[in-house]
Write a protein that binds this ligand. Structure first.
Ligand code: SAM
Ligand code: MD0
Ligand code: SF4
Length: 352
């Protein structure tokens, strides 16, 4: 079938197959792309209206025992690192709540200090943040942890676990996430769901994957029951083995966002400020995203992931700046009550 025909059917409620997603993802014609984004945005609006959710990002430890080829924070990179104290994290979380985000995303490298004594430091931190933020959402992005850690994260007050596969192409995975177990990373989301956590998966765009790889990735993320799915363009990082890779056109990420939206009208799909900063927000929302992630408070010596400093200290990734911009686009910043309703309606039942 031709790409326009597939698109038309998706706009009328058809769920694209992997083959159809590949056809959509492989088409670069500008006229087709406009139609793709327009249809994805329409499908999103039918499910979410003009509501947009916002998440604050707290990268609280940049120490990591892993050596992912794409990541600035890989252990071999000789960079300055920090680990925020519990008091500092609680203070940041309290201020993000006051500023008005729907969720706090507690992200870390695989920091041995927070993993020691069976994740004692991590669990204690999540518990502290829960006591601090009341009914706000809490997402944890801790890397790959043990199965028994999942129910403890949930009991401590976490709502979500985010662990991105980056790619479901095994060969590519082994080149990106060096020395890491492919199945163990998939299991993170399976175990998390069994413990009653909502889950997020994601793909890294522009690392050598094909349109077919992306189509299959989108399918698998849904099969795994993830309630939030993302695509992020790889941003080359100084001092890493992939520093000289030529970055891909952000269009591939936008297409992935749009096709994810057509496949999953009711899932959360982020527009990350971490790739192109605030300049890339509108294109991502126009392609079908409905969450703004990586909002980072200025002047706190907090880093982003793909762009460690972009737009942060001039306040352009702050809550108030983002809220203004969103409203000026005719969108409505969702309330915490609305976000909580989404979580309660979608939360998996714990099986142990
Ligand atoms: N350390 C944990 C982990 O790896 O799961 C959580 C934090 S990690 C930095 C979060 C995600 O950031 C990665 O899964 C990857 O998708 C993304 N990321 C890291 N480096 C990136 C880069 N250079 N460009 C784009 N995304 C990147
Ligand atoms: C983001 N930089 O939202 C963050 C990060 C981790 N859960 C998310 C990749 O774009
Ligand atoms: Fe560590 Fe995560 Fe970076 Fe990999 S992506 S090196 S696990 S911080």
């Amino acid at each position: 079938m031709d790409a326009y025909e597939i698109l038309k059917r998706c706009g009328e409620g058809h769920t694209p197959t992997v083959d159809e997603m590949e056809i959509l993802l492989a088409n670069d014609d500008p006229e087709f792309l406009n139609e793709l984004y327009r249809t994805a945005a329409k499908v999103r609006d039918e499910h979410f209206g003009n509501k947009v959710f916002t998440y604050g990002f707290v990268y609280f430890s940049t120490y990591c025992k892993n050596n992912c080829a794409f990541c600035y924070y890989r252990r071999s990179n000789k960079i300055d690192r920090y680990r925020k104290t519990k008091a500092e994290v609680l203070d940041l979380a309290a201020r993000l709540k006051k500023a008005g985000v729907n969720m706090v995303d507690l992200t870390m490298g695989e920091d041995p200090k927070l993993y020691e004594n069976d994740y004692e430091g991590l669990i204690d931190l999540v518990q502290g943040v829960r006591e601090t933020v009341g009914d706000l959402g809490i997402m944890v992005s801790p890397g790959a942890v043990s199965k028994s850690c999942m129910p403890r994260l949930r009991a401590a007050g976490a709502d979500w676990l985010a662990v991105y596969q980056e790619t479901y192409n095994k060969e590519l995975f082994s080149k990106l996430r060096l020395e890491q177990d492919y199945q163990n990373r998939i299991d993170q989301r399976v175990w998390a769901r069994e413990a009653g956590l909502l889950t997020e998966d994601g793909m890294l765009v522009g690392t050598g994957e094909t349109a077919r790889d992306r189509a299959e990735h989108i399918k698998i993320m849904g099969d795994l029951g993830c309630q939030q799915v993302r695509a992020m363009t790889f941003v080359p990082q100084e001092g890493t083995p992939m520093q000289a890779v030529i970055p891909s056109d952000p269009m591939y990420e936008l297409k992935a966002i749009a096709v994810m939206r057509l496949a999953y009208p009711d899932k959360l799909i982020p527009a990350s400020l971490d790739v192109e900063g605030i300049a890339g927000l509108k294109t991502r929302l126009d392609a079908g995203a409905n969450v703004i992630t990586s909002i980072v408070p200025p002047n706190e010596e907090l880093a982003g992931v793909a762009n460690p400093t972009l737009d942060i200290n001039d306040g352009h990734r702050s809550v108030s700046y983002v809220h203004h911009l969103v409203e000026s686009m005719g969108k409505h910043v969702a309330s915490n009550e609305e976000f909580r309703q989404f979580m309660e309606a979608n939360r998996p039942e714990a099986v142990y």
